[in-house]
Design a protein around this ligand. Structure first.
Ligand code: ADP
Length: 427
């Protein structure tokens, strides 16, 4: 495998979004490392073509989001990257007081650049932008479920307007007809918009072909801001890549197998059910027992230890929505969530200490808690199990000097047989 210095540095505003972006880059042939937050060690060089720094800056205050993003930028610049990619949600999650505009402006200023693009288009995920309007599947964003989002309700589909409300920099539009005329026309339109004083161009894209053409026109642009979709068009701009198929190679997997599931989404409930009905070994974590002070972590580990040699084990708090509501009524939503996350992350660490080296974690928040407790700082991104969920290879103080394979599945991802399919892929 070729060793190289990173050429693309990405700043993602949340954890699972970072993995989604990294997954697209790997599929495009770039060896990619994802870091959890900004690494503390400024000097240690990363051996990869692309680095994705995962922040948790989507819903914090704009000032904090700017500060974190600039810290990430400076670290990435120390790594010698040639282009910066600010990654946000494919539904452009933000409010008028949101962070996309301020972070974009701050990055432009720090990079000394007067122009960038903005587009959350990701056709493979049903996100398309037409005449500056964002569609989610067949619906305008403002008609989709996003209008009711608890933290970032989106009631305007016109991204030029949404972004303009967040920034003093003039926002313009590069529409689909220009994309259709190819790379030279796109570059000419970039120049034209700049001559009109536009600093951020919202870009239409409705197909993967649009993103591939756009990608070529982005060669040399110091800053790109986008959802994860634009990443499919960027790898073609670098000749340094390891070669097709090589980017997702991870060290060989070994050791025992376990699944820790704290997601209560419909998809995860189906996955837990299928695993159990298929005869899989499983242990249910009862949040009320946790609240009563029972040593559930100790019980789960004592249950799992003798079973690990017999195949993968599942430890889950996953429950149907009625059961979850009952628990939440008794314990409070936040307390129930925290207690379960803490127990599951302690169990995950205990399992790794007992020989697990292939670990699937279900649940976005649960994944964040487990990765934190395992002390993971970076993840090498490997092959995709299902869209948006790759295997990764990490180091953890829970298994010093050994590779731990981890797959982090956010709630609604994955087919019902995910838990068996994931391990089969490593065999
Ligand atoms: P998803 O990706 O499906 O949203 P998350 O892990 O992000 O999953 O969120 C699920 C939340 O529900 C976590 O905070 C978890 O601790 C909590 N949780 C899991 N099981 C239960 C349960 N049985 N009762 C109450 N809360 C639970």
């Amino acid at each position: 495998m070729a060793s190289s210095r990173p050429v693309l540095g990405c700043i993602a505003d949340d954890f699972t979004g970072a993995t989604d972006l990294a997954n697209n880059l790997v599929r495009g042939g770039m060896r990619t490392v994802q870091t959890i937050g900004v690494p503390l060690d400024a000097a240690a060089p990363v051996d990869a073509d692309a680095i994705v720094v995962a922040l948790k800056s989507r819903t914090i205050s704009p000032a904090d989001a700017v500060a974190q993003s600039l810290e990430a930028l400076h670290w990435l610049q120390d790594q010698g990257v040639q282009q910066i990619y600010f990654k946000y949600c494919s539904t452009f999650d933000s409010t008028p007081a949101g962070n996309i505009g301020p972070v974009t402006e701050a990055l432009m200023e720090a990079l000394g650049t007067g122009f960038t693009i903005a587009t959350p288009a990701f056709p493979d995920n049903g996100r398309t932008v037409f005449k500056g309007h964002l569609f989610v599947g067949d619906q305008l964003l403002s008609d989709s479920g996003m209008r009711h989002h608890p933290l970032t309700p989106m009631t305007d589909s016109n991204l030029v307007r949404v972004l303009q409300a967040q920034t003093k920099s003039p926002v313009g539009l590069l529409a689909f007809d220009t994309i259709a005329r190819g790379e030279a026309a796109i570059r000419a339109r970039f120049d034209e918009l700049q001559s009109q004083g536009v600093k951020i161009a919202v870009v239409d894209a409705v197909t993967n072909d649009d993103l591939m053409v756009l990608g070529r026109a982005l060669r040399g642009m110091p800053l790109v801001t986008a959802g994860s979709g634009v990443a499919i068009g960027l790898p073609q701009n670098w000749a340094v890549l390891a070669g097709e198929g090589a980017a997702d190679r991870l060290p060989p997997a070994h050791g025992q197998r376990a699944i820790v599931s704290g997601s209560c989404s419909v998809a995860t409930n189906a996955q837990v059910l299928q695993f159990r009905q298929g005869g899989g070994q499983s242990f249910a974590v009862d949040p009320l027992a946790l609240a009563a002070g029972v040593d559930v972590v100790g019980q789960a580990l004592a249950w799992a230890a003798p079973r690990l040699a017999g195949g993968s084990v599942l430890v889950y708090a996953t429950a149907e929505s009625d059961a979850v509501k009952q628990v939440q009524q008794q314990l409070g939503v936040a307390r129930a969530g925290e207690m379960v996350e803490e127990a599951l992350s302690d169990i995950a660490v205990g399992l790794v200490e007992r020989g697990v080296r292939q670990l699937v974690v279900a649940g976005g928040e649960t994944s964040g808690a487990v990765v934190r407790e395992l002390g993971v700082r970076q993840m090498a991104i490997g092959p995709q199990i299902d869209p948006g969920v790759p295997w990764t290879a990490v180091q953890s103080p829970a298994c010093p000097g050994e590779t731990l394979h981890v797959a982090l599945k956010s709630g609604n991802f994955g087919t019902p047989d995910f838990f068996t399919k994931a391990f089969a892929q490593l065999s």
